[in-house]
Design a protein around this ligand. Structure first.
Ligand code: EPZ
Length: 422
């Protein structure tokens, strides 16, 4: 295994380029099997997330080629429709293959994805939506077996007790695209990744209206064609680097972002007393020595993203007051709290709320990565902590951040990736 060794306290300077979105790529790669023809996806980030997704596709008979952030997908040879446990258990995002498989082939045998450190990851809304489109779904030895002769359009409400669901919306949207007749998806997720998926499907020939709102209308079509498509930038990677700039009190330029994807973050940074400066496709951090404590509640888009909660918490450990973070999407998503406290933060938990008392500075220590975004939070803390911070199990990071330490080193961070003594 590998670890990061970070020498904290250095100012950053320069420009960073944001890669393509992990969470837009996954449902779009899945949706590409809904055509008979080859699809070419550009700006796909080179993450360890994708080899597993590609393994599942190859296992089904889909031919793929991935180089220089371009992924070619040729689904013409698909001959089986099972996603085995050994693959799905390591990459629960592969559940977004369920809708496309049922839409195009009328069958799917899918291992139930397990939970993960951020909480139980139920799929009841996925199942509810697919059943409303006529899919017969059974459970067998931890596998979901889905069958349908002809998907029929319907009115579907897929809001859950935590609001909308991103991948449930993706699955139902994909299935609706090739269903007979019209489908109304009520309480659909509004995330930019869903809009990107809809744009991709429309380029393939789908008839979709209202994406980006809670009500999406779909008119079913018979066929979809293979296309060339460029994935949107990763808003969570962008927000992570913006917070890296602020937490190290540095002036950096984060390029290739879509500002409207990060307005909730900008709003909180402004409330903390920071000057916000961005242009059409970049953000510039203007450093301040201190910042105010704020209250943050994570919500589905356009609310504050749960995927930036841990990184925001790192930033708030140094505020000049007492901040409160309420996690309303994944109420247990606080695995980073213990590790941040090891670095000298002063955070206490009360159910789905974290109370963060600002401290003067953090002190380097050995910590352990555990979840993708929690690990990013530890890197941000390490960049500002006095002395050396060692972060073990950084394979978690490689799932969601392309060239993380290379991008940070290119703007002056003292961060090295080294093999851990076994
Ligand atoms: C997507 O996961 C993202 N993953 C997550 O990013 C992100 O945190 C999440 O959306 C919320 O924005 C990908 O896109 C691959 P949800 P998803 O269904 O779709 C509950 C990262 O770090 N729910 O929107 O699985 C669920 O438990 C990852 O990049 C049900 O109750 O999340 C949660 O409380 C982590 N029933 C809430 O909805 C369901 O059937 C939102 O989850 C489905 C979800």
């Amino acid at each position: 295994m590998e670890k990061f060794v970070i020498e904290g306290g250095y100012k950053l300077e320069g420009e960073i380029e944001i890669s393509g979105s992990k969470n837009a790529s996954l449902p779009i790669i899945a949706a590409s099997i809904m055509s008979e023809e080859k699809t070419i996806l550009k700006h796909v980030p080179n993450l360890t997330t994708f080899p597993t997704m590609i393994k599942i596709l190859n296992y089904m008979g889909v031919k793929t080629k991935f180089e220089d952030n371009t992924l070619e997908i040729d689904p013409s040879g698909i001959y089986q429709f099972t996603a085995p446990y050994e693959f799905v258990s390591t990459m629960r995002g592969s559940i977004c293959l369920l809708g496309p498989l049922l839409a195009k082939y009328g069958k799917a045998r899918f291992s139930m994805p397990g939970g993960c450190v951020i909480g139980p990851r139920p799929i009841d809304l996925h199942i509810k939506g697919l059943k409303k489109l006529g899919v017969l779904i059974e459970n067998e030895e931890g596998y979901i077996i889905g069958k349908v002769d002809k998907l029929k359009g319907n009115n579907i409400f897929i809001g859950g007790s935590f609001g909308s669901s991103v991948l449930a919306t993706a699955n139902v949207l994909c299935a609706a695209v090739l269903a007979e007749g019209e489908t109304i998806i009520e309480y659909a997720a509004c995330e930019p990744e869903i809009v990107d998926l809809a744009n991709f499907l429309k380029k393939m020939g789908a008839k979709i209206y209202g994406e980006g709102s809670h009500l999406i209308r779909v008119e079913g079509v018979k066929k979809l064609k293979g296309v060339e498509y460029t994935i949107i930038p990763d808003r969570i990677e962008g927000g992570t680097y913006i917070l890296a700039g602020y937490i190290t009190r540095s002036r950096i330029k984060v390029n290739n972002i879509i500002p409207s994807h990060l307005f909730a973050l900008f709003d909180k940074l402004e409330e903390a007393g920071l000057d916000i400066k961005y242009g059409e496709n970049y953000f510039e951090t203007i450093p301040k020595e201190t910042w105010k404590a704020v209250e943050v509640t994570t919500l589905p888009f356009p609310g504050f993203p749960t995927d930036l909660q841990a990184q925001m918490m790192s930033f708030l450990t140094l505020s000049d007051g007492i901040s409160l973070i309420t996690e309303k999407v994944f109420p247990e998503r606080f695995i980073h709290v213990g590790e941040l406290n090891r670095l000298g933060a002063d955070i206490t938990l009360d159910g789905s709320k974290a109370i963060i008392k600002g401290v003067k500075s953090l002190k380097g220590a050995k910590v352990m990565a555990s979840d993708l975004r929690a690990s990013a939070a530890l890197v941000l803390a390490g960049l500002t902590a006095e002395g050396i911070t060692e972060i073990s199990r950084i394979y978690h990071l490689d799932r969601g951040y392309e060239k993380f330490e290379k991008k940070l080193s290119s703007i002056g961070a003292k961060i090295k990736r080294i093999k851990e003594e076994s």
